[in-house]
Design a protein around this ligand. Structure first.
Ligand code: FNR
Length: 366
């Protein structure tokens, strides 16, 4: 099908499945174990219903917002996903260019196929990028990566905390990895285990001993705001506030880590009321990712208190099927959906999205 026949993000997934190489499809699409969390990530949104407000003048709708102090045109960002060259020969720079065209923030993965500098060089003007960090057992390497990213203008450091070991993704494990590893491993081929799928092949350097005790160290090596990506319970959000962390991403890593971990939207519905009860809701920005496929999903997340949402696979699929044009089109579809959704729920700007616009009782009692 042609690009013009893609009317929503699901359409890109169907096309990608047909055209992608088996190993790439296996790595991108897979979730851990029985993929229960993977499925729940999206279907959890179906348990929330809107309570639209009518007769609001919505002639002018403004979708723009800010995340970690940076302005952006919409409340979604491109989250970090490893190994962009499995999907497109040009890799992550395709996502960078598309994000630049739309004023969308991009999170650069530690395990990118392009080098970090290539991805930064591909940005235009004041385009905003963040760095996702897998913490290396060798802290000197980590320090170098972090300080280099800050020097090159990255506006946030997202430390992935849900992956002390990478989850078992069986669709992925069934294929042997013979492709090019991530850029950071070029000089370190010993860390690549080629016998058990892509994920195992690229993750050997990650430090499983990482703990709260390390947070002051990260604060000492960078001025970038430090964000914990992969928080999954309210107690850890409270702990992050104690440690002076300015933002967290509630996430289960796209269902790729602990199977039957809860969906981020479910955790959000538990976290925000607790923060409000303790009057801590202005102390931390809360982001979520996983399973966001429709702008109504984004609107629900914002209504429940998220500052923004990350999107992973849909942009990978758009890139794998149609390259840069595909990602540009996917972002446009989502932007158009978002404006329409705002009008239909009766909100002129993102700060008018609040809990009164949704009925989230279907998520369970919180
Ligand atoms: C990821 N994700 C991820 N997260 C991270 O912190 N570091 C990484 O290297 C990767 N790599 C990665 C590869 C692929 C192929 C996928 C699909 C995901 C997780 C990602 O940032 C995010 O949490 C999920 O992708 C969000 O779910 P959706 O939007 O893909 O459903």
């Amino acid at each position: 099908p042609s690009l013009a026949q893609c009317f929503n993000l699901h359409d890109f997934e169907s096309v990608a499945k047909q055209v992608m190489k088996k190993i790439a499809w296996g790595y991108y699409s897979s979730g851990a174990d029985d993929e229960i969390t993977l499925r729940e990530n999206h279907s959890a949104y179906h348990k929330i219903w809107f309570r639209p407000r009518v007769l609001v003048d919505v002639e002018e709708v403004n979708s723009s917002t800010s995340m970690l102090g940076s302005k952006c045109s919409v409340p979604f960002y491109v989250t970090a996903t490893a190994l962009g060259k499995l999907g497109d020969p040009e890799g992550e720079v395709v996502l960078t260019r598309a994000a630049g065209r739309h004023g969308v923030i991009q999170m650069i993965p530690t395990l990118s196929s392009c080098s970090f500098d290539e991805i930064v060089d591909a940005k235009k003007g004041d385009q905003v990028q963040w760095l996702q960090l897998y913490v290396n057992k060798d802290r000197e390497i980590t320090k170098r990566i972090v300080q280099h990213a800050e020097g090159r203008g990255c506006k946030g450091l997202f430390i992935t905390v849900d992956a002390p070991q990478l989850g078992r993704r069986e669709k992925d494990i069934r294929t042997k990895f013979n492709g090019a590893a991530s850029d950071v491993q070029k000089n370190n081929p010993d860390t690549i285990n080629r016998s058990q799928g892509v994920a195992r092949a690229i993750s050997g350097f990650i430090d499983p001993s990482l703990s709260w005790k390390d947070i002051p160290y990260f604060k000492s090596i960078t001025k970038m705001p430090i964000v914990l990506k992969g928080v999954q319970r309210v107690e850890d959000v409270l702990k992050a506030i104690e440690y002076g962390i300015p933002a967290v991403v509630l996430s289960n890593h796209g269902g790729r880590q602990l199977d039957t971990a809860p969906s981020a939207i479910e955790i959000l519905a538990e976290v925000m009321p607790e923060l409000r009860r303790r009057n801590l809701h202005d102390r931390i920005e809360v982001y979520i990712d996983g399973g966001v496929r429709r702008a109504t999903d984004i609107i629900k997340a914002l209504c429940l208190g998220a500052k923004g949402v990350g999107i992973g696979r849909p942009f990978l699929y758009a890139m794998s099927a149609y390259g840069e044009q595909g990602v540009v089109h996917a972002m446009q579809l989502l932007k158009d959906e978002f404006e329409m959704g705002m009008r239909l729920v009766g909100a002129k700007s993102v700060d008018e999205l609040g809990p009164e616009l949704v009925d989230a009782r279907g998520l369970g009692a919180h």
